[in-house]
Design a binder for this molecule. Structure first.
Ligand code: 13P
Ligand code: SF4
Length: 303
């Protein structure tokens, strides 16, 4: 029996659903029941029927699944896989900003801890941020933690006033204008598709900006044969699988999230084999009550 067959048998036996993000290794995406961007994963986590969710992604994704489906047991393939950007915002700083700007809506990127969500008014993901912010009644928006996504949303929603936080994703932040120009010289026919966590200087040179799912959709619907992709390289697996005759190139070899790469097929199998001994995600009732509200509001506004 190979690893996939073992995983399949254990999922059934132990009533487990595997949810995976597009950034994890392709081998893990293949073993998952559902692969998506952060928004699709949050929606799916709220709907699953299995008693146990095994999350192939980073900690904020597992926490969100628990917040949206508190009766389920949520496990991580690697509990040490975190998000460096999520660690760049803290609840105390947000509280003091709320006192300074009482009229502002605190809009929190889903890449954040449960404690940060608990002091926020609404969550957003990269695929619904523009839509959700447009629908908010407040004119002033305090956007945490990602400064680049906030800049992108601010451009798309010019009628609102933004207060920026200084967070960023170290993986996307590495990409620079010079890298893009070099990659474009090498692949002059390629369309450039970028994630909004990239810097403005990269987004300004892009043909399309969107979440991982948006990027995959765009490449599937567009006639071009070559694409430069400015986001984490895990996304290449799905791009190539859905478009076997097209060519996808990274802007640099650096666009790798070390935390997402902690999630492997071997660990997935091992967690399933020893599920009873694994630590599941636990969030206190008090935190749960507060932190689930902005996520639920996002799901309602993003429809
Ligand atoms: P998506 O919203 O595209 O899933 O992005 C999540 C993420 O962590 C980007 O770095
Ligand atoms: Fe966080 Fe960046 Fe990794 Fe996404 S790619 S999980 S934002 S560190």
């Amino acid at each position: 029996m190979d690893n996939y067959e073992k995983i399949c048998r254990l999922k059934k036996e132990k009533d487990v659903v595997i949810l995976a993000h597009y950034y994890v290794d392709g081998a893990v995406q293949e073993a998952a029941d559902f692969v998506g961007d952060s928004y699709a994963l949050a929606k799916r986590a709220a709907e699953v029927s299995q008693q146990n969710i095994l999350f192939a992604g980073v900690s904020f994704m597992g926490e969100s699944a628990k917040l949206l489906n508190p009766d389920k047991h949520v496990y991580m393939v690697d509990p040490c896989a975190g998000c460096k950007m999520a660690d760049m915002a803290d609840a105390d700083k947000i509280q003091s900003m709320k006192e300074k700007y009482p009229q502002a809506a605190v809009v929190c990127y889903v890449n954040s801890t449960a404690a940060v969500k608990a002091v926020s008014d609404v969550c957003v993901t990269s695929s619904n941020a523009v839509r959700v912010v447009q629908k908010l009644p407040e004119k002033q928006i305090y956007f945490v933690p990602d400064a680049h996504l906030a800049q992108f949303v601010a451009q798309e929603v010019p009628e609102k006033d933004f207060i920026f936080h200084d967070g960023y994703c170290p993986t996307h932040q590495k990409l620079r204008k010079e890298d893009v120009l070099r990659a474009k010289q090498k692949h002059p026919k390629a369309l450039m598709l970028s994630h909004p966590e990239c810097k403005q200087e990269v987004l300004a040179l892009s043909d399309f900006v969107g979440s991982t799912a948006d990027i995959i959709r765009f490449a599937g619907e567009h006639a071009a044969e070559e694409y430069l992709i400015a986001t984490e390289t895990g996304v290449f697996y799905q791009l190539q699988k859905e478009n076997p005759n097209r060519h996808f190139y990274p802007v640099t070899a650096e666009q790798v999230c070390p935390d997402m790469k902690r999630v492997t097929l071997e660990k997935t199998l091992s967690v399933l084999e020893h599920l009873e001994e694994q630590e599941e995600i636990v969030i206190s009732n008090a935190l749960m009550e507060q932190a689930k509200l902005p996520l639920e509001r996002m799901l309602a506004l993003a429809k």
